[in-house]
Design a protein around this ligand. Structure first.
Ligand code: PEP
Length: 249
């Protein structure tokens, strides 16, 4: 079902003590919007976070996972392992994973399958680079990222998928897509889904925007009809800023 969602991607920030302290600040914030709220701490802090946030309005997500169940994959973490520490949602395909860890569409398709097989919800990220946008190629790039990693799925799988459009040129740069650019791309994404899976499935999808969302610009971006929330990096590391974004709905 389409919902408003604000998810905080903590990336490789916050050790255990910092995680404890940010979580207690988050628990003290007042939520006045209908948005679903999620945070994605590092693997080492997922157990603590899911215990600390039990029975709260904040869900815990992972930033990545491997596609295999277990085995000789040094340094990796499986869907089963995430589930075992109370994590039911995983971010896949973040542009930093694609750029620095060579995650391809084919690899992501396998991760998507593994997450769904384990009844996990996925926040699936994609987005074009600056050169793609300058060449007016952004829709083709984004369309291909979605098709290559997701279009082998059955229609019913999409109830467990949230999409996150994150133009690479706007992540961590302070530069945001304009609300109009975000809306245009989100409408294109919804249409791409509708063409393959039908309007009902497309209309039920939550499509988040990510890329330098801050308290000052969240309201305008979230006011666009096809923007259903945000994936937040830098501003998710400050409890007040994060909740100002959550409450921008
Ligand atoms: C992100 O990492 O997904 C992100 C959107 O980061 P930032 O908000 O810092 O641009």
């Amino acid at each position: 079902m389409r919902k408003n969602i604000v998810a905080g991607n903590w990336k490789m920030n916050n050790d255990l003590a910092q995680t404890e302290s940010l979580i207690s600040e988050l628990k003290n914030q007042q939520k006045t919007s209908n948005a679903e709220v999620m945070i994605a701490p590092t693997f080492t802090n997922l157990w603590h976070a899911s215990e600390a946030l039990k029975n709260s309005e904040i869900e815990v997500a992972a930033q990545n996972m491997h596609f295999a169940e277990s085995g000789a994959y040094t340094g990796e973490v499986s869907a089963e392992m995430l589930q075992s520490v109370g994590v039911k949602t995983v971010i896949l395909g973040h542009s930093e994973r694609r750029a620095y860890f060579n995650e391809t569409d084919d690899l992501l398709a396998k991760k998507v399958d593994a997450a769904l097989k384990n009844n996990m919800r996925i926040i699936f990220c994609f987005g074009e680079e600056l050169a793609d946008r300058k060449a007016n190629n952004h829709e083709t790039v984004v369309g291909n990222q979605i098709k290559n990693a997701l279009f082998h799925l059955e229609n019913s799988a999409f109830k467990n998928i949230v999409l996150a459009y994150e133009p690479v040129w706007a992540i961590g740069t302070g530069e945001t897509a304009s609300p109009e650019q975000a809306q245009d791309m989100h409408a294109f994404i919804r249409q791409t889904l509708a063409n393959k899976y039908g309007q009902e499935t497309a209309n039920a999808m939550s499509i988040l925007y990510g890329g330098s969302v801050k308290p000052a610009n969240a309201k305008e971006i979230f006011s666009k009809p096809d923007v259903d929330g945000g994936l937040i990096g830098g501003a998710a590391l400050k409890a007040q800023d994060f909740f100002a974004i959550v409450n921008a709905f």
